[in-house]
Design a protein around this ligand. Structure first.
Ligand code: FAD
Length: 405
């Protein structure tokens, strides 16, 4: 527990009970007792007239780092389907665990998702810690945080990686606050310093103007959330064997303060840029919002997803969900077609790992050509219709490209 009551000092006035916004404090035998619902907000500390309440971390300095071993990844699943980020974390977690010479465990929470455990092993986990409970069937912050915090306290992993998804961004900070460890959010690169077993957690800082590498020297586990699409997915190996450590955690309805009443899926189709094999992206060179109709037409012909530069998002031509780059999504498709995009460093940061990059730009000196495998210099409003025509007729696209070069 993070907030502590000094029983000797407590005068039982009840001021903290009235002040607590989470109803987490009870008076027992005339003394304040902090319960599980505490969110460490500190309101009770401020209101206590005799300074009998304090935060535990003020007393506690670091932990015995040597007690912590092993790398864990949170295997996020929704409705019984593993998210790609879980496989990407397994890929990265495997490298880190091998470098440190420790076990890689996937932490799977859910209800009747046993079939996923085997998949996680085939994708590189040595062990799957599978907490099964009907109250874990749908994600709730309270239930998931409780189970994972208990596991951490009991088994002491040295590293815990979580996907920077909506769920991961909610869960990660809750766990790190309860466990009293650091969390580096939204990492784009991870490394280990083998000398002292430190996780080097790199993420954009100061609005993306520089990359900061952050360490957690005195606390464990070292926690990071990792952006989807940045790390390479682990490879599937049918022959891999591992251990499934299944258990039923102690959970009751009263552990969950916020109930999920209904799940309403967004009206807008989800933009799955990170999983796309082909992306056609539009930039300011489109000239206006209408230009995206041409991008959509080409994308449809290729079975691609539409991406965008930040300039077009800022101009209100397209939703932010389509933005590729440092402050958008990181992608690595087989084919990335950049249309009217100059190739600013912040855009390249999100797409330069694409297997094949095709750039269409009327400025032959545009920086995008420095990373492009194929460059077409010309007006996108002439070139894209030609490509669409060629796709319709089945002509070789390369002929179009060379004609325009
Ligand atoms: C902290 C920070 C974070 C950022 N994050 C991102 C990010 O996540 N993603 C991102 O994209 N940007 C990001 N940016 C912005 C980035 O610096 C650029 O401003 C942006 O990428 C430019 O978008 P653009 O290439 O579409 O526009 P421009 O740079 O204006 O380029 C337009 C290009 O279109 C070409 N063109 C014009 N007309 C035509 C035509 N008819 N046919 C063919 N080509 C044509 C031009 O030659 C030009 O090269 C960030 C900036 C900062 C400071």
């Amino acid at each position: 527990m993070a907030v502590i009551v000094n029983e000797e000092k407590c005068i039982g006035c009840g001021a903290c009970v009235d002040r607590c916004p989470f109803d987490a404090i009870e008076m027992i035998n005339g003394k304040a007792v902090i319960g599980e619902a505490c969110r460490i907000c500190g309101a009770c500390i401020k209101v206590c007239p005799v300074e009998a309440i304090y935060k535990e971390e003020e007393k506690k300095k670091g932990v015995n780092i040597d007690d912590y071993k092993g790398v864990w990844v949170f295997a996020e699943q929704r409705e019984g389907n593993l998210l790609n980020i879980a496989l990407e974390l397994l890929g990265e977690g495997r490298k880190i665990a091998d470098a440190l010479g420790v076990e890689l465990s996937a932490v799977l929470l859910g209800n009747k998702v046993d079939n996923l455990a085997d998949k996680l092993i085939k994708y590189g986990a040595d062990k799957v810690i599978y907490a099964e409970h009907e109250l874990l069937g749908v994600y709730t912050t309270d239930a998931y945080a409780k189970v994972i915090c208990e596991l951490i306290n009991e088994r002491k992993p040295e590293i815990l990686l979580i996907g920077a998804t909506n769920i991961g961004r909610d869960l990660g900070p809750r766990i790190s606050a309860r466990i009293h460890t650091g969390l580096t959010a939204d990492c784009t690169k991870l490394d280990v310093d083998l000398e002292n077993r430190r996780l080097m957690q790199t993420r954009p800082a100061f609005g993306g103007n520089l990359m900061a590498t952050i360490i957690t020297p005195n606390h464990r586990p070292q926690m990071a959330t990792v952006r989807p699409g940045v790390m390479e997915k682990a490879e599937y190996d049918e022959s891999r064997k591992g251990i499934v450590d299944k258990f039923v955690p102690e959970l009751t309805e009263s552990d969950i303060k916020a109930k999920v009443v209904e799940t309403v899926k967004g009206g807008k189709a989800e933009v799955k840029l990170e999983e796309a094999k082909i992306i056609v992206s539009g930039g300011r060179g489109l000239g206006n919002k209408e230009g995206f109709k041409l991008i959509e037409e080409l994308a449809k012909k290729l079975g691609a997803v539409v991406g965008a530069s930040r300039a077009t998002v800022d101009a209100g031509w397209i939703d932010h969900a389509h933005q590729v780059g440092q402050t958008g999504k990181t992608v690595r498709p087989d084919l990335y077609i950049a249309c009217g995009i100059s190739g600013a460093i912040q855009h390249l940061a999100g797409m330069k790992e694409s297997k094949c990059i095709v750039a269409i730009n009327k400025d032959k000196d545009a920086p995008i050509f420095q990373v492009a495998d194929y460059g077409i210099v010309g007006d996108l409003y002439e070139i894209i219709p030609e490509i669409i025509k060629a796709l319709d007729s089945g002509d070789e696209l390369l002929e179009v490209a060379s004609a325009e070069e």
